[in-house]
Ligand binder design. Sequence first.
Ligand code: ZN
Length: 505
Amino acid sequence: MTVTDTSAYETLRSKLREAAVFASVTSVLSWDQETYMPAGGGEARAEQMAAMAGLVHERKTASELADLIAQAADEVGSDDVAAVNVARMQRDFDRETKLPSKLVANIARTSSIAQDAWKAARASNDFAAFKPHLEKMLELTRQKAECWGTPDDGELYDALLDEYEPNARATEIEAVFGPLGNQLSELVAELMDAPNPPSLEPFKRPVAISAQAELGRHVLSAFGFDLNTGRLDVTAHPFCQDVGPGDTRLTTRYTEAGVGDALFSTMHEGGHGLYEQNLPKAERFGEPLGQSISLGIHESQSRFWENIVGRSAEFWRWLTPTVKDLFGDGYAHTTADELYRAANVVERSYIRVESDEATYNLHVMLRFELERALVSGELSVADLPGAWNERFERLLGVPVPDDARGCLQDVHWSFGLIGYFPTYTLGNLYAAQFTEAMEAELGQLGPRIERGEFGPIREWLTDNIYSQGRRYEAGELCERITGKALSDEPLMRYLRGKLRPVYGL
Ligand code: ZN
């Protein structure tokens, strides 16, 4: 390929970078709303978000882009990498231009208000207060899906799913989730009757928040998360917000009652952060080749670092001396094995984000079923709490005590993030399957983890996943790395192989 600085391809790249700069302003506003904005700023922030969303949308849908994309496609011709870059730009442009600016601004404004309403409703366990906001968001989300259009071989929900997991179909997800759900329910039942259940007690000892924060930073640094180009703050609902080149922000939450929640949230968001920090963003900000593939692949990284690394026996052998140093007397006689076992307690609990590796996917399946029914119109918002409670008890085997611990627990729907939940379980599936491929190449990860040698692991992930941007689609990447389509088998092998021995089976 011969392209000059004035080529359509280069002009296109710089236009997309401009759009990404506008979008990154929105990222800072959104991060600020979740972290430090005073409660009274909500209305004004909603106006700011809507204004910025309008500007970003204008940039991404400018009519000149259509011509530039067509010209660039001719220019790059047979150059594989650039051709993929342009093809993905075309896809994004098509999706973006199908949404009217008015709808985009309306969604931004309505969701900003709905988020505040959700916070208040959850705090006071008042579904009725959130209901009109959720109805509005569902209606707007449906309008959005209709603009994108139902794929020929699919349903309206697929149009939403496509935003987070390009080309995924609800029926395909259902086909993997079904057998996975059955095997998980069996495994959980087996563990609940096991002779030697682990105790959570080692994570329930009071620990000063400053010491917990230091432990979190120690682990993040060891994993290779760069705190010079990243931050770690505190929010009610932990997240990773990528702002742009050199700026990746994580949040976690601390409770003095124990270290578990904060540490695992930190490792989880750290996994997202590692992906963001190792994308080729400096050169390719705003271009498909500088972006992550899908939320499923993103989640595979958070789950990999949080669970496959962070809940392994070798990880706890590595970390326990530091725990003892930082946490003092309360941990003087605690063994690595006790901490490892505590990290692998399986419980039938209500809250998804606090749930363990085995039951987590059951929580996700519940949301997938319900939101799919909300979008199809089979389920109304008014009937959501009842449907939630009934299905939850069927899947998890315990009754839901109230809506705050039921259908009000997640922030997602207040943002209009529908079609997003299944990507969490896709992430677990990808993580387990990638790990088997990594071990086939690097050997067992355990010994490296025990030595705190995370560099080669991160480098393998950077070579195979992070540095590729959106060069491959999720399914393609999975075939490329593992030689197989996504399957429930690696995840079930991993969970059975670890949890049965922990429980004395
Ligand atoms: Zn995540």
